[in-house]
Design a protein around this ligand. Sequence first.
Ligand SMILES: O=P(O)(O)OC[C@H]1O[C@](O)(CO)[C@@H](O)[C@@H]1O
Length: 572
Amino acid sequence: MKQVPHSGLHSISSRQFRVEIFDTRILDRIDFQIEKMSSPFVFYDHESGIKIDFTHFSTVSSFDDVVPTYITEIREIFKTLKRIEKGDIVNHTEKRAVDHYNLRMSESPVVGKSLAETLKQWEDVKKLCDSIRAGELKPACGEKYSDIIFNGIGGSYLGPLMLIISAYTDQFCSVCEPKLHFISNSDPESFSKILGRVNLPTSIMVTISKSGSTAETRGNMEAFNAILEKNSLPKGEHNIAITTKLSMLDKYAAEHKFIGVFNMHNETGGRTSVGSPVGMVPCAFAGLDFSAFVKGQSHMDSLTRREDALSNPALLMAVAIHHSTITVGHKNMIVLAYCDALREFAHYLQQLWMESLGKKHDTAGRVHPEGQSVFGGVGTSEQHAFMQQVQQGIHDCFIQLISFRRRETDFPITSSGSMGRQLLSFVKGTEDALVKNKVPFFDISLLSPSLFSIGMLVALQERVVSFLAVMKRLNAYDQPGVQDGKLSAKAMDKLSLETEAAMAEGKVSFEKKSAEEVAVILKFDEVNLFFLEAILMDMCENIKLEGSYGKLKGAEMKFEFIDGQFFFTMSW
Ligand SMILES: O=P(O)(O)OC[C@H]1O[C@](O)(CO)[C@@H](O)[C@@H]1O
């Protein structure tokens, strides 16, 4: 194993590896050129200042040993990369191309999709949002719009939230004007709290949904619009939509004359949509320069498109991670970002990585379960949470540490010199402890948490995920598993409505009946008792709550728990 000194890495300005692999599948000889690397273990980009240090990714002895063993996969990676950029169908499950890289390419081969087109769309978005922010566009009451509620879930929520938190931390609601709010879940309690904070006549709900039919998002919009109606406020003035053309939401927005509709492409996946209007509109309302973000993505893409494998940062990361997972079996990745600006970054990555790489089948349709669990948060806070297990408990993970080298502000602190220097001590202190405890990690550092840097980080992770998917032979761009829960929730919705209707119809009463017996009383032929019992329990708790069981007004319901079973009583 090659020994790399703890500090003072060797400087190799230009080195060539000629690699011959005695594998009959490989017909040509491949040359790897290392140019801008100070060592095979450190990647550094002079232009942006991003540095990725693999020195302590101990499951990889050296890239010049390990990279050549993945030549077949690397060839496939570059073939796929080109097919993606050309707009070929690469998501075979959904039969569509994948265009998030094209949206930020200076010279994209796909007509109508490029960095220039994206920046043009950004100008349109900004125009509308700026006129709302400046009070040029006002609702009927004549006052300036005061509150924007972003409504979306998964990729239609995590990216926007991450961008806004990166600029304002979690204080965004009190800092931004208009005030910004997020609703994602179906959660009546948080929805009610948001409604309590906003001034309804000067509020806008921005509904973000690629499909335009996601149940939670649709439900939140419906509830908001019902409240507008109750208050005699027109829907159009208080709604903006971001969706694909002709989706259910798009049609609804046209019908109700929403003040803004911004379309995203069918080829833009939910978890990679932050570079589309999904990220633009939140940035515009928050006064953030989205163009810097997308230019950061574009710059990173130029680095991760490099075919000289050892100077392509995403390829090095993908090889290191893939090698580690197949040789040691590390299935957990912990992301620790040492900066409050990246508070939501690990959460964002969780969807990007796990929805993309957690698959049952490979691209040939064979059952071959894969996955990469992602956990994380903000360092140093997480050192006081899960780092005990990571350092000394089971060795089932590798770590990504992310930090920034330049500060805009600092405050003196006796023990460390300053607050910023204390943070650095914690980054390096953690790394030293990881080395001592033999936990592999790589360290990414950038200049400052600007939108450009965050764009680079997002694009880097997207590319690593794309590359890993090729190495693991899976489709990174579909998510059939998410569908399972969605379909079951739909079935539960149906039963819930049927139960309410059947009870209301005959003003049904019963005493001390099990869910199974209630099903017989309601004349349900085939019923999922697991669902029915949950519905009956919910009725017991909420039957009198306004807005919950409208048809059961006047009914009383209670349950008893006898000998390990629930029995229900209903009366009117
Ligand atoms: O933007 P939509 O269509 O509402 O979907 C939201 C999220 O739901 C998913 O389809 C499944 O979780 C994600 O891929 C997507 O980000």
